[in-house]
Design a protein. Structure first.
Length: 366
């Protein structure tokens, strides 16, 4: 049991608010699933309960899901079974919902941790009218603790929202350590995991795969995720790559892990990220990573050592990086091994779950 929880374990719980729950929240949901499993397996404290605050995305369903979440919080609070609340935050509707939760916490005395996940949140905040910025900043300041994924985000929260530095904690995303599986023989396997669309750099990735640099090599690619599959499929058809690139759609954690176990290269040419789960999953599976140096990723990974970085939107650089790793198996193995070492030191969910449980234990009045 984590120090700080004491006898509260038997009658209280930590409630985590996840927009979309474990099934419809993308990387946040995948991380929350890893965390919940690790929390329970390590017996870190009171039960960790995941509550969906958004539903599967339909507007009416989202309102109903959020109303149910608020009712659940109030019932737990009224019966003395609520320990702490952990609210995962991203842009737009998520921000509105977490503002309401922060007001509710202030009114009822709930202890609240606000966890900033969403990519491009600084640009989202800058685009709000002044009154919107003030309301969002007040929500940050009402939280008992703000958790961010990297130092750059800690600096932004402190400077922009006025949260005291001692109330901001850096906690990188993490995943579980996968079981090692031998890779089968075959052409170099390239994998993308994420929402298909412009923000994740999918158009540039397809153009890079269609480059003459890669025409001479043996490879296959899987672009797995939800989003605009029709546009991606049309681009692949126009590029003449329908026989080399597959689009399986959204995959759960087990299916993604199976693909990673056989992948040679994970490519994520995003325009904006916070700290992408798919990159961490690749590091854990000892798969070489090609990514853009956005968000907190370059705080832990070194270009040419534990990953290859390419500029955002640069198709030629992306194609060259992919070709380089296809051609040089020794470099591919070296980058994969160095990336796995970063995972083992900084991104293993078991160690991160212990740290997060300690944060909640410190807030629990018992």
């Amino acid at each position: 049991m984590t120090p700080g929880f004491g006898a509260c374990r038997s009658r209280r719980r930590v409630v985590m608010l996840v927009p979309g729950g474990l099934d419809h929240a993308g990387g946040i949901g995948r991380w929350a699933g890893y965390l919940q499993e690790s929390w329970a397996r390590q017996r870190l404290g009171p039960p960790l309960e995941i509550i969906d605050t958004r539903g599967s995305g339909h507007a009416t369903g989202g309102v109903i899901a959020f109303a149910r979440a608020l009712v659940r919080l109030c019932r737990l609070r009224a019966t003395g079974r609520l320990g702490t609340v952990h609210a995962n935050l991203s842009k737009r509707g998520s921000t509105v919902r977490k503002m309401i939760v922060s007001y509710l916490a202030a009114l009822t005395g709930m202890r609240l941790i606000l966890h900033l996940h969403g990519s491009g949140y600084d640009a989202f905040y800058a685009g709000l009218p002044l009154i919107g910025q003030r309301l969002v900043a007040a929500s940050f300041r009402r939280a008992d603790r703000v958790v961010v994924l990297g130092q750059s985000w800690a600096n932004w929260v402190i400077a922009t929202t006025g949260v005291a530095p001692e109330r901001v904690s850096i906690l990188h995303n993490g995943v579980r350590r996968p079981l090692r599986q031998p890779r089968t023989a075959g052409p170099c396997r390239i994998l993308f995991l994420g929402r298909l669309g412009v923000r994740k750099g999918v158009p540039e990735l397809i153009d890079a795969l269609a480059s003459s640099l890669l025409a001479q090599h043996e490879w296959s690619a899987t672009l797995a995720g939800d989003g605009d599959l029709d546009d991606a499929g049309a681009r692949i058809e126009r590029a003449g790559l329908a026989g080399r690139i597959s689009l399986p759609g959204w995959l759960d954690a087990a299916a993604a892990a199976a693909l990673l176990s056989q992948a040679d290269i994970l490519v994520l040419p995003s325009h904006a990220e916070n700290f992408p789960i798919s990159v961490i999953e690749a590091l854990a599976a000892e798969v070489a990573v090609i990514a853009t140096p956005v968000g907190a990723t370059p705080e832990l990974l070194r270009d040419g050592v534990s990953a290859l970085f390419v500029p955002v939107g640069d198709v030629a650089a992306l194609a060259a990086a992919i070709a380089r790793l296809i051609e040089d198996a020794a470099l591919r193995r070296s980058i994969a091994a160095a990336g796995h070492a970063v995972f083992a030191e900084h991104l293993d969910i078991d160690a991160l779950a212990i740290r997060l449980a300690a944060m909640h234990g410190a807030l629990l009045p018992c």
